[in-house]
Design a protein around this ligand. Structure first.
Ligand SMILES: [Zn+2]
Length: 431
């Protein structure tokens, strides 16, 4: 049988890191050796955390024989840090050519993305100013200073609830003038912009496609985006500053792994604590000469696709049914079974007039639903949400509701849809 080139690249990534990257030296003794199957060797390794990166980037992660000093001097690499809570903060050795390749390869999964990223294109980015690596601009800057080659960074506010009519108008005007082929957006931010433009009759440039990334795409937000951009393909793209682009939605609606630049393991949630094929996403990066991750815990969950191969015909790497949200945004039903953001969101999306929500669980059976309602829908929602949430968490769930004028993002610029106010043991949840 011909050797599988993908398996060979994964094995090389593992062996290379153990042999030549200072940080992974301490992992060597765990390796059962080249006679054992790759999956077994990978599973024998620890999980790499953001804390490890913060403590050891750059020197621990640059292989012996490469000079960090020269890399910085020639501009081949830089250090990128993202802000946020301590648990979210990342420090990575950034090598732009690898990132660009990862983006290009991931885009090949969806024809609309491939048409744009396969050649020269203009792209507008709409997210928290804290989410774009070193390009953090908060406050008024002229459009020219937010334009970097083919990229336009639209937003200057930490919280889209603070956009006034003039900010909305400015972003719509800039989109009209820049005419991007693609808008890469945090869904929560693009939903607010789309809704504001529809409400005020402000024309919005329609790009060839929209790529949703940066955070979990709530169905509520996707619905608003589709209204504001009718007929424009809206594609989910999953990745992180550390890992590059990992999963991309195909035209049939499932998500496929980007086997060109990463290997993915889904570490299963323990039996009895979840609702089927749910796992934590662990990423091993491939082909980055400067910065290699082994089994990096991105902090998110995915649900493996079961049954027949995807209708699009792709069979490379893992196919997942859905990205399920962050591990730390899990809540639990009254029997202690984990409820993902996706499961919660599927239920919340059925409530009429709901614009935003955050569920806070304060005990095994106690839940508070904070919600933002469309004009006139507040009271109906107040009555509809408790039974809806008892459907998710159990008939014995105690649900309180509180209407809010708006819900603010976290320090990182991301919106949290669910949380527990008590601590629980993350590691204990996984096999
Ligand atoms: Zn597919």
């Amino acid at each position: 049988m011909a050797p599988d080139p993908y398996a060979a690249r994964c094995t090389a990534a593992l062996e290379d890191a153990l042999a030549a990257v200072p940080f992974y030296r301490r992992w060597r003794e765990r390796d059962p050796g080249p006679a054992r199957p790759l999956a077994e060797r990978m599973a024998a390794m620890p999980v790499l955390s953001r804390m490890d990166l913060r403590a050891h980037v750059p020197h621990g992660f640059v292989r012996s024989g490469l000079s960090t000093h020269d890399g910085f001097a020639t501009g081949e690499i830089e250090i990128v840090t993202t802000s946020g809570t301590t648990a979210d903060r990342a420090a990575v050795v950034w090598h732009q050519p690898w990132w660009d390749r990862s983006l290009r390869e991931a885009a090949r999964v969806h024809p609309a993305l491939e048409a744009v990223y396969g050649g020269p294109h203009r792209e507008a980015v709409l997210t928290s100013p804290m989410c774009t690596g070193n390009l953090c601009h908060v406050g008024e800057l002229p459009m020219a200073e937010r334009t970097l080659g083919n990229l336009l960074f639209l937003n200057q506010e930490l919280d889209p609830a603070r956009w006034d009519a003039a900010s909305v108008r400015r972003m719509a005007d800039e989109l009209g003038a820049f005419r991007p082929d693609v808008i890469e957006a945090d869904p929560a931010y693009l939903a607010v912009l789309g809704r504001a433009c529809l409400g005020s009759g402000t024309p919005l440039h329609q790009p060839a496609c929209i790529s949703l990334t940066y955070e979990f795409p709530s169905r509520l937000h996707v619905r608003e985006i589709r209204r504001a951009f009718p007929g424009v393909p809206v594609v989910s793209s999953y990745g992180s500053t550390e890992t590059g682009y990992v999963f991309t939605e195909c035209e049939a609606g499932l998500l496929h792994q980007n086997t060109a630049s990463c290997h993915v393991e889904l570490q299963p949630v323990r039996a009895g604590r979840e609702s089927g094929r749910l796992g934590r996403i662990l990423v091993t990066t491939l082909g980055n000469p400067w910065f290699g991750l082994l089994r990096f815990d991105v902090g998110d969950l995915a649900r493996l696709h079961a049954g027949a191969p995807c209708r699009c015909g792709r069979t490379d790497g893992l196919t997942v049914e859905s990205i399920e949200g962050r591990v730390r945004d899990l809540t639990f039903d009254t029997r202690g079974v984990a409820v993902t953001v996706r499961q919660l969101d599927d239920a919340m999306a059925t409530a009429d007039g709901l614009l935003g929500y955050r569920i806070e669980q304060s005990g095994p059976r106690r839940y508070l639903a904070r919600y933002v309602a469309e004009d006139g829908a507040g009271r109906t929602l107040g009555e509809a949400l408790p039974p809806l949430l008892r459907g998710v968490y159990g008939a014995d769930a105690e649900v309180a509701v509180r209407r809010e004028p708006a819900l603010a993002p976290e320090q990182s610029g991301k919106f949290r849809l669910a949380l527990t106010t008590f601590a629980w043991d993350v590691e204990e949840l996984f096999e």
